[in-house]
Design a protein around this ligand. Sequence first.
Ligand code: HEM
Length: 184
Amino acid sequence: MKNTTLYYTRTAQVLHWLMAIIFIAAWLIGFYSGNFLSYETDGSFKGDIITLHKNIATTIIFLVVIRIFWRYTHPAPSLPDSMSPMMKGLAHAGHLALYLMLLALPITGCLFSWSAGHPAPVLYLFNLPTLIEENYDVLEIVKPLHIYLSWGAGFLVVGHIAAALKHHFIDKDTVLTSMTRQPK
Ligand code: HEM
C-alpha cells in the first residue's frame, strides 16, 4: 500500500519525536556514565545515573513495538522524486538500521544488566521480568556489544539529523515537514 499523502500520520509523528527525545536522552546519560563517572571517584552517584539511564531507556522497548506496528499498518509518505534511486536506497537502509538500533540497544542493555545481576527497571515503576540469571560469560559478550552498538547508533542518529536538515535547508523539499506538519 503506497501512502499518497505528503505527511506521516499524527500518531507516527508523536511516536517519532517522543522516541527521539528518549533515545537521545538515554544515549547522553549512558555516555556520561560510561565515560565520565567511576565508582572509585563518584561512588553511588554513578549507580544513580546508570539507574536513570535504564529507567528511561527501557521505555523504548514498549514504544518500538507500537511504532513497528504503526509503521506496518500506516505506510510512510514516498520520498521526493528529486532523489536518485541510490539516495532513496540509502535513506531506506538508514531507516532500517535505526529501527534495528531501537530494538538492539534496549535488548543488549537489558541483557547487560541482568547478566551483571541487576534488574531492568521501567520509569522507576516496575522491573522487566529477568530473562537470564547473573552470568559473567554472557556479560563479557553483551557489555562490549551494547557499547559498540551505542556508538554505531550515535553516528546513525547524527547522519539522520544531518540528512533531515539538508533536505529542509538545501534541497528545500518536504522530507522534514512530513514529520512535523499535517495536511490543512
Ligand atoms: C535506547 C536505548 C539505549 C541507548 C541509546 C543506550 C546507550 C548507551 C550508551 C551511549 C552507553 C555508554 C557507552 C560507553 O561507555 O561509551 C550505555 C551504557 C550502558 N547502558 Fe545503555 N543504552 C540503551 C538502553 C539500555 C538499557 C535498556 C539498559 C538496561 C536496562 C542499559 C544499560 C546500560 C549500562 C549498564 C551501561 C553502562 C554504563 C556505565 O558503564 O557507566 N542501556 N548505554
